[in-house]
Design a protein around this ligand. Structure first.
Ligand code: SF4
Length: 252
């Protein structure tokens, strides 16, 4: 009997209109206080989860128990038309099969592969087209408090990735009273020192885990964007109540 090689993928969603697949990997080298996986491990954009971001957390979500094998992943994806793939969830970069999965995605579907990562450790990026970096903080004491780890390796990897010329963007979470205007400006300044052309997305904190922070207001998000624009040309702040453009469905 052939033994199946298991991936770290526990959930797959698909957006039919854009032919976009999201592969959700389990396992992370950080333990972020506000990690959304503490609230829900599956895609927040599924219709049954759209109400969740604004709900008060009452429990910590269970860890996934079911994972897909590499063979079954390919069988599942072969049934779909695929243009873009997001490798997300927790840290896709930690799956030993990451290089094999991205190579198969390129070979079989010629997809545009985007890795969403905290870039604490990096896999082979030979078949990765873009990296969406989740930068928690540039002030190390804030980074340590929020994630449990120093950001030294993260900042060094950010510089190396830019030197390697891999297309990238950065997102950070705006948390009133914690990672707010001052730290958002620090992040924008750091990105600008490396490359002023990198797009920067500012995301609003949604309550997850048991933290004292609240969801930011529209005005706070606009102020954060305005501050970041002093340093960078491509800045966008999300408010968290944007309309969904396309339906997202669960595949696994
Ligand atoms: S890096 Fe991302 S997945 Fe990992 S704990 Fe932090 S928010 Fe969660």
């Amino acid at each position: 009997m052939q033994v199946k090689v298991m991936t770290n993928i526990y959930h797959i969603s698909y957006t039919p209109e854009t032919k976009e697949i999201s592969l959700f990997f389990w396992g992370c080298n950080f333990n972020c206080l506000g990690c959304l996986c503490k609230k829900e491990t599956h895609n927040f954009l599924l219709s049954e989860h759209l109400h969740l971001p604004f709900e008060e957390p009452t429990v910590i979500a269970d860890s996934p128990e079911q994972f897909i094998s590499f063979e079954d992943l390919i069988k599942t994806l072969d049934k779909l038309e695929i243009k873009k793939v997001l490798l997300e969830g927790q840290e896709a970069s930690l799956d030993p099969l990451y290089p094999q999965i991205t190579q198969a995605l390129h070979k079989r579907y010629s997809s545009y592969n985007t890795l969403c990562s905290n870039i604490y450790s990096l896999p082979s990026l030979k078949d990765t087209d873009e990296i969406a970096i989740g930068l928690k903080a540039v002030t190390d004491s804030i980074h340590k408090e929020y994630t449990g780890k120093s950001n030294r390796q993260v900042l060094a990897n950010f510089i190396s990735l830019n030197q390697a010329g891999l297309k990238s963007s950065v997102a950070s979470v705006f948390i009133p009273g914690f990672i707010d205007i001052a730290e958002t400006e620090n992040i924008a300044e750091f990105i600008a020192q490396v490359n002023k052309d990198i797009p920067y997305h500012i995301l609003p904190y949604f309550k997850s885990g048991f933290n004292p922070w609240r969801h930011p207001t529209h005005e706070e998000m606009e102020a954060a964007e305005k501050t970041a624009r002093k340093h960078l040309g491509k800045v966008h702040s999300w408010k968290g109540d944007e309309e969904m453009k396309y339906e997202v469905v669960k595949i696994f």
